[in-house]
Ligand binder design. Structure first.
Ligand SMILES: [Zn+2]
Length: 107
């Protein structure tokens, strides 16, 4: 994982995260849905969500992950705290994994 976020706050990223936050205020979304809404690549969504997870706490909210699920055996990635989509199921090795959903909740 890169460490770009330590190069200082970038205005463009900040604006982008505001848009992602606004989308999540409307309801739960997957990374793919978010990427389409704010016009970035799906794989670029995760770092922004990691940043948002910390910043929303200051306003008394939490970013909650609804776990990804294996479409073949139903395994749920309950313990996974990362925001990216898992690539394969640890139980059946299937690569058809349902995307995790991200939800903003008021504490
Ligand atoms: Zn599985």
């Amino acid at each position: 994982m890169s460490d770009q976020s330590r190069n200082g706050p970038r205005e463009q990223d900040r604006t982008l995260r505001q848009s992602i936050l606004a989308c999540l205020e409307e309801g739960p979304l997957t990374a793919r849905e978010l990427s389409a809404l704010v016009s970035i690549r799906e794989k670029d969504v995760a770092p922004h969500l990691e940043h948002l997870e910390k910043s929303v706490r200051r306003s008394g909210k939490r970013l909650v992950i609804e776990p990804a699920e294996c479409l073949q055996c139903g395994f749920r990635f309950e313990k996974r705290r990362r925001f990216s989509k898992p690539s394969a199921c640890p139980r059946c090795r299937c690569q058809r994994i349902d995307s995790p959903t991200f939800r903003l909740v008021q504490i």
